[in-house]
Design a protein around this ligand. Structure first.
Ligand code: PLP
Length: 404
């Protein structure tokens, strides 16, 4: 199937023909750890890359290859590698390209374990990590040098929903032969395709929207064939071993089929929730790219197809009251992760970003009263009603009327 077909069609059909597989509508799951050869010569040729035989599941399997082809088509990337987790994707990719003496420049706001990896994985190995507010493109121009191997950012960022201009950052990186790596977990390729904007590598936690049902942990790295081969045969094969299981491949193929439908509804619900929060007297700031008062809305319109399912908001409250607000919710679940059918909420300062010191929280723009909300697929009235009753429970009144 060519890339001329629409996203939804490719998400369902790309790289698989049931009639070539005994009519099986759902692709078979390959769980074999090893693959047999006709003879030593054929095995030897496989190791030399002279034929396309599978060798061993740490290097790939037929069902993994199908998933990778489908995902590459959705991200408009030349190649893709599926991994055991989002962190497996991030670490396998980064270890493949950095060496002692190199510099990695990262945005200030990052998923907590990515930050930990930079602090406790890269820095002790002699790799310099510099955090900049990459929403301000000028800062990259001022700091980048020939020692910068990688520039890394999420957009929107976890947990505070800041955006970076992918195209502008890519242009600067390429003047210095640095690679731009974008974590596209919040958007998925349905809402944003960083490679078409100039990014060199894209990583995903497929655990989130791509799987979509909270029943798997997986990741992806996408980019040019040469880079993905290097990550597969070095970063993943020899360094992290972060191999995806055949069962998770199968769940992801299922998740991708409904991605566009789910994400449309996540966005629709999130827009209404953001508008509701933004009118609350108990909310100091609502960070959502779909709000007209969101400072980076022009950039969101330039590089995102819709505003997404994630919202961050700061309460007009103390850190303790912010935690109480989360605790007062009844249907909405206090849980990390995101992109599931269930609406999930968490308090980053106490949970995902709890390894940060008070100073680091401020430095990385995560206020103690910040709350992260992953808006789910429940009926919008029920989501709003639960938020409303939590406001009443903590503040004595909601301060608003619900109008969904
Ligand atoms: C933006 C982002 N990137 C990467 C990860 C790590 O992914 P995983 O949990 O699949 O290892 C997460 C997990 O929450 C995330 O939110």
């Amino acid at each position: 199937m060519s890339n001329d077909h629409h996203f939804a069609t490719r998400a369902i059909h790309q790289a698989y023909k049931p009639l070539e597989n005994q009519g099986a509508l759902t692709p078979p799951v390959h769980i074999s750890s090893t693959y047999a050869f006709d003879n030593v010569e054929q095995g030897g040729a496989a190791f030399e890359g002279e034929n396309d035989r599978f060798i061993y599941a740490r290097l790939g399997s037929p069902s993994q290859q199908l998933l990778e082809k489908r995902m590459a088509s959705l991200e408009q990337a030349e190649a893709c590698l599926a991994t055991a987790s989002g962190m497996g994707a991030i670490t396998s990719a980064i270890w493949s390209f950095v060496k002692p003496g190199d510099e990695l420049i990262a945005d200030l706001s990052l998923y907590g374990c990515t930050f930990s990896f930079f602090e406790h994985g890269l820095k002790p190995m002699g790799i310099k990590v510099t955090y900049l507010n990459l929403s301000d493109t000028k800062l990259l121009k001022q700091h980048i040098s020939k020692k910068t191997t990688l520039v890394y950012s999420e957009t929107p960022s976890n947990p505070n929903m800041r955006l970076v201009d992918i195209e502008a950052l890519a242009n600067i990186c390429h003047q210095y032969d640095a690679k731009l790596m974008i974590d596209n977990t919040y958007c998925t390729p349905y809402l944003q395709q960083p490679i078409t904007l100039g990014a060199d590598l894209v990583v995903h936690s497929a655990t989130k929207y791509l799987g979509g049902h909270g029943d798997l942990i997986a990741g992806f790295v996408l980019g040019q064939q040469e880079d993905i081969d290097h990550i597969r045969y070095f970063g993943l094969k020899d360094m992290t071993g972060a191999v995806i299981s055949g069962f998770d491949v199968s769940l992801l193929l299922r998740g991708l089929k409904t991605l566009h439908v789910r994400v449309d509804r996540h966005c629709e619900n999130a827009q209404k929730v953001a508008e509701f929060l933004d009118t609350s007297p108990h909310v100091k700031n609502t960070f959502y790219p779909g709000l007209p008062n969101y400072a980076q809305q022009p950039l969101a319109k330039k590089q995102m197809r819709q505003a997404g399912g994630m919202i961050a908001f700061e309460l007009n409250a103390t850190r303790e009251q912010s935690a109480q607000f989360v605790n007062a919710l009844e249907m909405i679940l206090c849980a990390v992760s995101l992109g599931d059918a269930e609406t999930l909420i968490q308090h980053p300062a106490s949970m995902t970003h709890s390894t940060y010191t008070e100073e680091e929280l401020l430095e990385h723009l995560i206020s103690p009263n910040l709350i992260r909300l992953s808006v789910g697929l429940e009926h919008i009235d029920d989501i709003l009603a639960d938020l409303n009753q939590a406001f009443e429970s903590v503040f004595g009144d909601s301060g608003l009327a619900i109008s969904a």
